[in-house]
Design a protein around this ligand. Structure first.
Ligand code: IPM
Ligand code: MN
Length: 359
């Protein structure tokens, strides 16, 4: 199979973790006789530094004509505490989501038994935890009209949703639930927000077409609590943009490290794959970051190409490193391996070069 992949390394640890994924994709291509061709493009703080624009036109053009986008991370602390900054790295990410119409962001919450001691939750609460968050990604308060008064003393962000925007992401969430435990939970704030009442109305109506799926409705404050007290109850969680941003960070720490969780953003154009974690600037360039969230994002990219065997091999390789303790500093502060070494070990596993005593 021949595929083009646009690679956006981004900021902070983005480059070093994404380079491991490219290494792994190349190993997969060699093993299975595929050809992946990469086009490297700029986005984020690095793009502002080099071009003044967080998302150069060339990047958009490359993403629109490629088969998939692999993205690292975005953000630089020099913008975080400057409320007057005219351009921000994050604008690049928000704009590419819009340009590619990536209306669904899928965040799988997976628990690795060997890491359960790192979870903030007790072991027994982690039994059976395995769910997917379907986050709407191109609407709501993120993209509503923004304004501030002339005197600078008031500001507003509008939150708008249409039935159409809700239906298209809900459809994918219902279909995912049908393939899993057939349980969908809509997270909203329908006791307060008009947009949430629309979400509930649309999802209730759609539920009739998916009689095999049980649908639950939870207010987001309660959902935040349920993720801690009983995370095993969830199968597919569907929610709007802002709530999805918040609860997915919350849910991601259940696994013990934010450095483990991948995500897929899909719409009606090119799909984009990226770790859930941010740019972790304190670790940038030190070869200590956890590359697994990026490598698992590359596995989701392989799934998207329908290369299931290849994707499962990458996931097995990742599980093997965790089992054997070939892990980064976030997972083991004492005995740890560098970003590059972990990438090399996963590559060796894929190429079948691991001494049998480790297998
Ligand atoms: C995420 C990030 C982004 C978001 C930021 C960087 C704009 O937190 O992908 O979850 O809020 O969507
Ligand atoms: Mn986020």
């Amino acid at each position: 199979m021949n595929k083009n992949i646009t690679v956006i390394l981004g900021d902070g640890i983005g480059p070093e973790v994404t380079q491991q994924s490219v290494k792994i994709l190349n190993a997969v291509a060699d093993q299975f006789g595929h050809k992946f061709t990469y086009d490297y493009q700029l986005m984020g703080a690095i793009a502002i530094d080099k071009t003044g624009n967080p998302l150069p036109d060339e990047t958009i053009a490359s993403c629109l004509k490629t088969d998939a986008v692999l993205f690292g991370a975005i953000g630089d602390p020099k913008y975080d505490n400057d409320p007057n900054a005219k351009v921000r790295p994050e604008q690049g990410l928000l704009k590419i989501r819009k340009e590619l119409n990536l209306f669904t962001n899928i965040r799988p919450i997976t628990i690795y038994p060997t890491l359960s001691h790192l979870s903030p939750l007790k072991n027994e609460k982690l039994q059976g935890v395995d769910f997917l968050i379907y986050r709407e990604l191109t609407g709501g308060i993120y993209f509503g009209k923004k304004s501030k008064s002339e005197d600078g003393n008031s500001a507003s962000d509008d939150c708008t949703y249409s039935s159409f925007e809700i239906e298209r992401v809900a459809k994918l969430a219902f279909e995912a639930a049908q393939k899993r435990q057939k349980h969908l939970t809509l997270v909203d704030k329908a006791n307060v927000l008009e947009t949430s009442r629309l979400w509930r109305k649309v999802v209730q109506k759609m539920a009739a077409s998916y009689p095999d799926v049980t649908v639950d409705y939870l207010f987001v404050d309660n959902a935040a609590m349920q993720i801690i007290i009983n995370p095993a109850q969830f199968d597919v969680v569907l929610t709007e943009n802002m709530f999805g941003d918040i609860i997915s960070d919350e849910a991601s720490v259940l696994s013990g490290s934010l450095g483990l969780l991948p995500s897929a953003s899909i719409g009606d154009k090119t799909a984009l794959f990226e770790p859930i974690h941010g740019s972790y600037p304190q670790a940038a360039g030190k070869d200590i970051a956890n590359p697994l969230a990026s490598i698992l994002s590359a596995a989701l990219l392989l799934d998207y190409f329908n290369l299931t065997e290849e994707a499962n091999l990458v996931r097995n390789a990742v599980a093997w490193t965790l089992e054997k303790g070939f892990v980064s500093k976030d997972i083991d502060p004492v005995n740890n391996y560098s970003t590059n070494t972990i990438g090399d070990l996963i590559k060796d596993f894929i190429e079948n070069k691991i001494p049998t005593e480790f297998n």
